[in-house]
Design a protein around this ligand. Structure first.
Ligand code: CAA
Length: 257
Protein backbone atom coordinates (compact mmCIF):
# COMPACT_ATOMS: atom_id res chain seq x y z
CA UNK A 1 0.00 0.00 0.00
CA UNK A 2 1.20 3.47 -0.79
CA UNK A 3 0.33 6.27 1.59
CA UNK A 4 1.70 9.20 -0.32
CA UNK A 5 1.16 10.48 -3.85
CA UNK A 6 3.86 12.45 -5.58
CA UNK A 7 2.90 14.78 -8.39
CA UNK A 8 5.90 16.43 -10.03
CA UNK A 9 3.83 17.98 -12.78
CA UNK A 10 1.84 20.35 -10.60
CA UNK A 11 3.70 23.29 -12.12
CA UNK A 12 7.13 23.85 -13.65
CA UNK A 13 9.79 23.31 -10.96
CA UNK A 14 7.22 22.52 -8.24
CA UNK A 15 6.48 19.06 -6.84
CA UNK A 16 3.47 18.20 -4.72
CA UNK A 17 3.43 15.42 -2.16
CA UNK A 18 0.01 14.43 -0.86
CA UNK A 19 -0.31 12.39 2.32
CA UNK A 20 -2.90 9.77 1.60
CA UNK A 21 -4.40 7.85 4.52
CA UNK A 22 -7.75 9.64 4.51
CA UNK A 23 -9.55 7.05 6.65
CA UNK A 24 -7.05 7.64 9.48
CA UNK A 25 -6.90 11.42 9.02
CA UNK A 26 -3.41 10.90 7.55
CA UNK A 27 -2.03 9.52 10.83
CA UNK A 28 1.71 9.30 10.33
CA UNK A 29 2.59 5.63 10.61
CA UNK A 30 6.06 4.26 9.96
CA UNK A 31 5.32 3.34 6.36
CA UNK A 32 3.94 6.76 5.44
CA UNK A 33 6.94 8.48 7.03
CA UNK A 34 9.40 6.21 5.18
CA UNK A 35 7.63 6.87 1.89
CA UNK A 36 7.72 10.59 2.61
CA UNK A 37 11.44 10.46 3.42
CA UNK A 38 12.19 8.51 0.21
CA UNK A 39 10.10 10.84 -1.96
CA UNK A 40 11.80 13.92 -0.51
CA UNK A 41 15.23 12.37 -1.05
CA UNK A 42 14.44 11.75 -4.73
CA UNK A 43 12.94 15.20 -5.29
CA UNK A 44 15.88 16.84 -3.52
CA UNK A 45 18.19 15.28 -6.13
CA UNK A 46 16.02 16.26 -9.11
CA UNK A 47 17.31 19.48 -10.70
CA UNK A 48 13.94 20.09 -12.34
CA UNK A 49 12.31 20.51 -8.93
CA UNK A 50 13.00 23.73 -7.02
CA UNK A 51 10.26 23.74 -4.37
CA UNK A 52 8.28 20.93 -2.72
CA UNK A 53 4.76 21.29 -1.32
CA UNK A 54 3.48 18.80 1.26
CA UNK A 55 -0.27 18.60 1.72
CA UNK A 56 -3.01 16.33 3.01
CA UNK A 57 -6.70 16.66 2.22
CA UNK A 58 -9.39 19.14 3.16
CA UNK A 59 -10.21 17.38 6.47
CA UNK A 60 -6.69 16.64 7.66
CA UNK A 61 -3.12 17.58 6.95
CA UNK A 62 -2.22 14.91 9.52
CA UNK A 63 -3.75 14.05 12.92
CA UNK A 64 -0.42 13.02 14.40
CA UNK A 65 1.70 9.93 14.77
CA UNK A 66 -0.29 6.70 14.43
CA UNK A 67 -1.58 6.06 17.95
CA UNK A 68 -2.74 2.54 17.05
CA UNK A 69 0.77 1.63 15.90
CA UNK A 70 2.33 2.93 19.15
CA UNK A 71 -0.27 2.01 21.77
CA UNK A 72 1.14 -1.37 22.89
CA UNK A 73 4.84 -0.56 22.53
CA UNK A 74 7.40 -0.59 25.32
CA UNK A 75 10.23 1.91 25.67
CA UNK A 76 12.64 -0.61 24.14
CA UNK A 77 10.25 -1.27 21.21
CA UNK A 78 10.09 2.48 20.60
CA UNK A 79 13.87 2.81 20.84
CA UNK A 80 14.39 -0.01 18.33
CA UNK A 81 11.71 1.36 16.03
CA UNK A 82 13.72 4.62 15.95
CA UNK A 83 10.94 6.47 14.16
CA UNK A 84 12.56 9.84 14.57
CA UNK A 85 15.58 8.99 12.40
CA UNK A 86 13.19 9.35 9.45
CA UNK A 87 12.24 12.82 10.68
CA UNK A 88 15.94 13.73 10.93
CA UNK A 89 16.39 12.88 7.26
CA UNK A 90 13.31 14.88 6.27
CA UNK A 91 14.71 17.84 8.17
CA UNK A 92 17.83 17.70 6.02
CA UNK A 93 15.95 18.32 2.76
CA UNK A 94 17.81 21.14 1.03
CA UNK A 95 15.00 22.46 -1.10
CA UNK A 96 12.30 24.63 0.44
CA UNK A 97 9.30 22.74 1.79
CA UNK A 98 5.89 24.38 1.94
CA UNK A 99 3.15 22.81 4.06
CA UNK A 100 -0.33 23.38 2.58
CA UNK A 101 -2.56 22.68 5.56
CA UNK A 102 -6.31 22.20 5.78
CA UNK A 103 -8.17 20.63 8.69
CA UNK A 104 -6.24 18.91 11.48
CA UNK A 105 -2.51 19.48 11.93
CA UNK A 106 -2.09 17.80 15.30
CA UNK A 107 0.80 16.22 17.18
CA UNK A 108 3.20 14.86 14.55
CA UNK A 109 1.03 16.63 11.94
CA UNK A 110 1.73 20.02 13.52
CA UNK A 111 5.37 18.98 13.91
CA UNK A 112 5.56 18.04 10.22
CA UNK A 113 4.11 21.43 9.25
CA UNK A 114 6.69 23.10 11.50
CA UNK A 115 9.49 21.03 9.92
CA UNK A 116 8.51 22.65 6.63
CA UNK A 117 9.93 26.08 5.85
CA UNK A 118 6.67 27.89 5.09
CA UNK A 119 3.09 27.09 6.02
CA UNK A 120 -0.04 28.09 4.13
CA UNK A 121 -3.33 27.17 5.78
CA UNK A 122 -7.01 27.11 4.99
CA UNK A 123 -9.43 28.91 7.33
CA UNK A 124 -10.50 25.50 8.61
CA UNK A 125 -7.03 24.43 9.77
CA UNK A 126 -6.50 23.54 13.41
CA UNK A 127 -3.06 23.26 14.94
CA UNK A 128 -2.29 21.51 18.20
CA UNK A 129 0.01 19.31 20.24
CA UNK A 130 -2.61 17.13 21.99
CA UNK A 131 -0.23 14.33 23.03
CA UNK A 132 -0.84 15.21 26.69
CA UNK A 133 -4.40 13.87 26.29
CA UNK A 134 -3.01 10.40 25.58
CA UNK A 135 -0.46 10.39 28.37
CA UNK A 136 2.62 11.38 26.42
CA UNK A 137 4.19 14.53 25.01
CA UNK A 138 5.41 15.80 21.63
CA UNK A 139 8.32 13.76 20.29
CA UNK A 140 9.11 15.13 16.84
CA UNK A 141 10.24 18.63 17.70
CA UNK A 142 6.97 20.07 19.03
CA UNK A 143 8.31 21.39 22.32
CA UNK A 144 11.23 23.05 20.55
CA UNK A 145 9.89 24.40 17.26
CA UNK A 146 6.52 25.50 18.65
CA UNK A 147 8.18 27.35 21.52
CA UNK A 148 10.61 29.12 19.19
CA UNK A 149 7.78 30.05 16.81
CA UNK A 150 5.09 31.28 19.22
CA UNK A 151 6.87 31.85 22.54
CA UNK A 152 6.99 30.01 25.85
CA UNK A 153 3.64 30.77 27.44
CA UNK A 154 1.54 30.01 24.37
CA UNK A 155 3.52 26.86 23.62
CA UNK A 156 3.26 25.78 27.25
CA UNK A 157 -0.53 26.17 27.18
CA UNK A 158 -0.86 24.17 23.97
CA UNK A 159 1.50 21.40 25.09
CA UNK A 160 0.18 21.11 28.67
CA UNK A 161 -3.54 21.39 27.92
CA UNK A 162 -3.70 19.94 24.41
CA UNK A 163 -5.62 23.02 23.25
CA UNK A 164 -6.03 23.49 19.48
CA UNK A 165 -5.54 26.87 17.84
CA UNK A 166 -7.29 28.13 14.73
CA UNK A 167 -5.53 29.10 11.52
CA UNK A 168 -6.11 32.77 12.34
CA UNK A 169 -4.53 32.36 15.80
CA UNK A 170 -1.63 30.46 14.23
CA UNK A 171 -1.15 33.37 11.84
CA UNK A 172 -1.37 35.95 14.63
CA UNK A 173 1.19 33.96 16.67
CA UNK A 174 3.68 33.74 13.79
CA UNK A 175 3.36 29.97 13.33
CA UNK A 176 2.20 30.16 9.72
CA UNK A 177 2.57 32.47 6.73
CA UNK A 178 -0.92 32.81 5.33
CA UNK A 179 -4.59 31.93 5.84
CA UNK A 180 -6.91 31.66 2.86
CA UNK A 181 -10.40 30.29 2.19
CA UNK A 182 -10.44 26.51 2.07
CA UNK A 183 -10.88 26.32 -1.70
CA UNK A 184 -7.71 28.34 -2.20
CA UNK A 185 -5.15 26.84 0.17
CA UNK A 186 -3.39 24.69 -2.40
CA UNK A 187 -3.46 27.46 -4.99
CA UNK A 188 -1.94 29.85 -2.43
CA UNK A 189 0.84 27.34 -1.67
CA UNK A 190 1.55 26.91 -5.39
CA UNK A 191 1.66 30.66 -5.85
CA UNK A 192 4.23 31.00 -3.03
CA UNK A 193 6.19 28.09 -4.51
CA UNK A 194 6.15 29.73 -7.94
CA UNK A 195 7.63 32.92 -6.56
CA UNK A 196 10.45 31.01 -4.81
CA UNK A 197 11.03 28.74 -7.80
CA UNK A 198 11.71 31.77 -9.99
CA UNK A 199 14.80 32.57 -7.87
CA UNK A 200 18.23 31.02 -8.17
CA UNK A 201 17.81 27.53 -6.63
CA UNK A 202 21.40 27.72 -5.40
CA UNK A 203 20.83 30.97 -3.52
CA UNK A 204 17.50 29.64 -2.20
CA UNK A 205 19.06 26.50 -0.76
CA UNK A 206 22.02 28.36 0.75
CA UNK A 207 19.60 30.82 2.34
CA UNK A 208 17.34 28.06 3.70
CA UNK A 209 20.32 26.38 5.33
CA UNK A 210 21.43 29.66 6.91
CA UNK A 211 17.96 30.59 8.27
CA UNK A 212 17.52 27.10 9.73
CA UNK A 213 20.93 27.31 11.37
CA UNK A 214 19.61 30.13 13.56
CA UNK A 215 17.50 27.50 15.34
CA UNK A 216 20.44 25.23 15.99
CA UNK A 217 23.33 27.36 17.05
CA UNK A 218 24.60 30.47 18.80
CA UNK A 219 24.56 33.77 16.94
CA UNK A 220 28.34 33.72 16.32
CA UNK A 221 28.26 30.32 14.61
CA UNK A 222 25.09 31.17 12.71
CA UNK A 223 26.71 34.33 11.38
CA UNK A 224 29.79 32.37 10.27
CA UNK A 225 27.63 29.94 8.27
CA UNK A 226 25.59 32.80 6.85
CA UNK A 227 28.75 34.58 5.65
CA UNK A 228 30.19 31.40 4.12
CA UNK A 229 26.96 30.70 2.25
CA UNK A 230 26.81 34.33 1.13
CA UNK A 231 30.34 34.03 -0.33
CA UNK A 232 29.48 30.61 -1.79
CA UNK A 233 26.66 32.18 -3.80
CA UNK A 234 29.37 34.14 -5.69
CA UNK A 235 30.56 30.84 -7.16
CA UNK A 236 27.29 30.59 -9.11
CA UNK A 237 26.45 31.96 -12.56
CA UNK A 238 23.11 32.91 -11.04
CA UNK A 239 24.81 35.50 -8.83
CA UNK A 240 26.51 37.11 -11.87
CA UNK A 241 23.23 37.03 -13.80
CA UNK A 242 21.16 38.36 -10.88
CA UNK A 243 23.43 41.33 -10.21
CA UNK A 244 24.02 42.11 -13.90
CA UNK A 245 20.26 42.00 -14.54
CA UNK A 246 19.76 44.49 -11.71
CA UNK A 247 22.34 46.85 -13.20
CA UNK A 248 20.82 46.48 -16.67
CA UNK A 249 17.30 47.02 -15.22
CA UNK A 250 15.96 43.74 -16.61
CA UNK A 251 14.51 40.55 -15.07
CA UNK A 252 17.13 37.94 -14.17
CA UNK A 253 17.05 34.54 -15.85
CA UNK A 254 18.37 31.99 -13.37
CA UNK A 255 19.77 28.64 -14.52
CA UNK A 256 20.60 26.93 -11.26
CA UNK A 257 24.31 27.01 -12.13
N1 CAA B 1 -3.51 7.75 15.02
C1 CAA B 1 -4.26 6.71 14.55
N2 CAA B 1 -5.53 6.84 14.10
C2 CAA B 1 -6.06 8.08 14.10
C3 CAA B 1 -5.36 9.20 14.57
C4 CAA B 1 -4.03 9.00 15.03
N3 CAA B 1 -3.26 10.02 15.45
N4 CAA B 1 -6.17 10.28 14.48
C5 CAA B 1 -7.33 9.85 13.96
N5 CAA B 1 -7.28 8.51 13.73
C6 CAA B 1 -8.32 7.66 13.18
C7 CAA B 1 -9.41 7.39 14.21
O1 CAA B 1 -9.04 6.35 15.08
C8 CAA B 1 -10.57 7.04 13.31
O2 CAA B 1 -10.40 5.71 12.86
P1 CAA B 1 -11.67 4.68 12.94
O3 CAA B 1 -12.64 5.27 11.96
O4 CAA B 1 -11.05 3.39 12.48
O5 CAA B 1 -12.16 4.72 14.32
C9 CAA B 1 -10.37 7.94 12.11
O6 CAA B 1 -8.99 8.33 12.13
C10 CAA B 1 -11.21 9.21 12.16
O7 CAA B 1 -10.96 9.85 13.41
P2 CAA B 1 -12.13 10.29 14.42
O8 CAA B 1 -13.32 9.41 14.26
O9 CAA B 1 -11.53 10.41 15.78
O10 CAA B 1 -12.47 11.74 13.81
P3 CAA B 1 -13.08 12.99 14.57
O11 CAA B 1 -13.37 13.99 13.50
O12 CAA B 1 -14.16 12.59 15.50
O13 CAA B 1 -11.87 13.54 15.50
C11 CAA B 1 -9.58 14.21 15.92
C12 CAA B 1 -10.72 14.07 14.90
C13 CAA B 1 -9.93 15.27 16.96
C14 CAA B 1 -8.35 14.67 15.14
C15 CAA B 1 -9.33 12.87 16.61
O14 CAA B 1 -9.22 11.85 15.62
C16 CAA B 1 -8.08 12.84 17.44
O15 CAA B 1 -8.07 13.34 18.54
N6 CAA B 1 -6.99 12.20 16.92
C17 CAA B 1 -5.76 12.02 17.64
C18 CAA B 1 -4.95 13.32 17.70
C19 CAA B 1 -3.69 13.10 18.52
O16 CAA B 1 -3.73 12.80 19.69
N7 CAA B 1 -2.50 13.26 17.88
C20 CAA B 1 -1.24 13.07 18.51
C21 CAA B 1 -0.70 11.68 18.24
S1 CAA B 1 0.80 11.29 19.12
C22 CAA B 1 2.04 12.12 18.29
O17 CAA B 1 1.82 12.73 17.27
C23 CAA B 1 3.42 11.98 18.89
C24 CAA B 1 4.48 12.78 18.22
O18 CAA B 1 4.84 13.85 18.63
C25 CAA B 1 5.18 12.26 17.03
Amino acid sequence: MEFINVNSAIDTRIALIQLNRPNELNALNLQLMSELRDALKELDKDDNVHVIIITGNEKAFAAGADIKQMAGKTTIDMWKMDQFSTWEQIRKTKKPLIAAVSGFALGGGCELAMTCDLVVASETAKFGQPEINIGVMPGAGGTQRLTKAIGKVRAMEMVLTGKFISAQEALDYGLINKVVPVELYLEAAVSLAKKISSMSPIAVQLAKEAVNRSFETHLDQGLILERKNFYLAFASEDQKEGMQAFIEKRKAVFKGK
